[in-house]
Design a protein around this ligand. Structure first.
Ligand SMILES: [Zn+2]
Length: 460
């Protein structure tokens, strides 16, 4: 039976309702940009006071049109004189102007700032002033800049991540830019979830309180050891120690798996998260071997093998016996296809019976992998493009000689197709001997927390 355990002793129902609240909050946040939720800065208050006063006058003036009492009339004229003195704007000052620009692939902070209306010398000056705090040379596609023109000057924000933003402020044209970083507070909650699979992995994980993204992360961690398409059995189980991070408004920012165990067909696989001295974060086995093997076990998740590597096979379309030098993964049309390892696209295009076809030459250049019958390539997939392991390169289809949607997958050793299901997989780099003590010191508390779950009879 799936069970969820929460370190803070909250019960499962409250966690579910929290999740519902969270998703509502997220929807709410999406509709409302960050700056709207903030309190007006002190610079706003005179404006608000003035605008409010002005609205008050409008109401009084309209009442004045229908005087009921002469006394009231006198009072009104006084108030009007008091307020409608020369120099008062004839309409409430415009609300602060806000513009936003998102960085595109290959975009620079200079061009983003120019889109926000700054000339090139000003943009350069801003970047220079920001540099001691945050280098705008490091900007990333997808992130955005925001410019707000208000009564207290110009504010420009660059959103570094969900929590931190660079703030550039200039009070007036004669002042210089001031740069600072502001970080929102976060709250971290640790949870342990465990489940036994009776129906599907996702159903068991959801019942244990894991959201789909965390479940996908769990699948990714073990993707080099467990073929989630073929190897999952009823009775397989898993335990996950994970942290949820919330911002100061209570919205979920994300969850991180700290340690996990997956028992697949009686075999236990354990993984623990570790930040290496060089800052890289990966998952490792308890004795410091990388969870990342040289290649993913399968290029398509949650599919089934419809045809194996065979030297003699009657071709389903051509009808005669011909070697099948790959593995077919049957999956619904549109299912993402992932590169099983890092490399470069050597060919992406139409290739006879393969239909829409891609060939990747891997980091070990003796190795190439081939992907056929694709419905479409992923955006940007073309010859020469660098590919990361797990990156989506295209989508399952039935182009070329195919009777139904499937991926035809080949692994080639020096150009010759070999059986992808039987190749030996070399592990990625383990923790170096100089770092192993630090690794054990940091990861053993996480692993023992995971272990406690199974040794505590109340939790079994
Ligand atoms: Zn095939």
């Amino acid at each position: 039976m799936p069970e969820a355990f929460h370190k803070d002793f909250s019960d499962r129902n409250s966690v579910r309702s929290n999740r519902r609240v969270r998703s509502l909050r997220q929807r709410h946040r999406r509709a409302k940009p960050f700056f709207v939720a903030r309190l007006p800065s002190p610079g706003w208050f005179p404006l608000i006071g003035a605008a409010g006063g002005f609205a008050f006058i409008l109401i009084l003036v309209s009442i004045a049109g229908h005087p009921v009492d002469a006394k009231v009339d006198e009072t009104l004229s006084l108030i009007q004189e008091e307020w409608l003195k020369p120099g008062f704007p004839d309409h409430p000052a415009a609300a602060p102007k806000m513009i936003n620009t998102r960085l595109k692939e290959g975009d620079s902070s200079i061009s983003a700032l120019e889109r926000l209306g700054f000339d090139a010398p000003t943009a350069h000056r801003m970047i220079r002033k920001a540099k001691p705090v945050y280098s705008l040379a490091r900007v990333q596609a997808g992130h955005h800049f925001e410019r707000i023109d208000g009564l207290s000057g110009i504010d420009v924000y660059y959103h570094i991540d969900g929590l931190t933003r660079l703030h550039l402020h200039r009070a007036s044209a004669s002042d210089d830019w001031q740069a600072s970083l502001s970080t929102r507070k976060t709250i971290t909650r640790q949870h342990i979830a465990s489940a036994s699979i009776t129906d599907s992995l996702f159903a068991a994980a959801a019942a244990a309180g894991l959201d789909d993204r965390t479940t996908m992360n769990l699948v990714d961690i073990f993707a080099w050891d467990i073929d989630f398409a073929r190897d999952i059995r009823k009775g397989d189980s898993f335990k996950v120690l994970y942290e949820e991070r919330f911002d100061d408004t209570g919205s979920l920012l994300g969850s991180v798996i700290m340690a996990a165990e997956f028992i697949n067909q009686g075999k236990s696989f354990k993984a623990v998260r570790y930040e290496q001295l060089d800052g890289q974060i990966h998952y490792f086995t308890p004795n410091g071997k990388s969870m990342r093997k040289a290649y993913l076990k399968a290029p398509v998740k949650f599919s089934r093998i419809s045809s194996r590597f065979q030297v003699h096979r009657k071709h389903p379309v051509l009808g005669y016996t011909r070697a099948h030098r790959g593995v077919d993964y049957a999956a619904p049309s549109g299912t993402p296809i992932r590169a099983i390892g890092d490399g470069r696209i050597e060919f992406a295009g139409w290739k006879g019976g393969y239909g829409r076809f891609a060939l990747i030459r891997h980091t070990n250049s003796n190795h190439t992998t081939a992907y056929g019958h694709m419905r479409a390539f992923a955006r940007g997939i073309k010859k020469g493009k660098r590919i990361r392991q797990g990156q989506i390169i295209g989508y399952v289809g039935m182009t070329g000689l195919a009777t139904g949607p499937h991926l035809h997958f080949e692994f080639r050793l020096r150009g010759r197709a070999v059986n992808p299901l039987t190749i030996k997989r070399a592990p990625a780099k383990p923790i170096s001997s100089s770092e192993i003590a630090r690794f054990q010191q940091q990861t053993s508390p996480l692993l023992s927390q995971l272990q406690e779950l199974s040794s505590n009879p109340a939790w079994s």
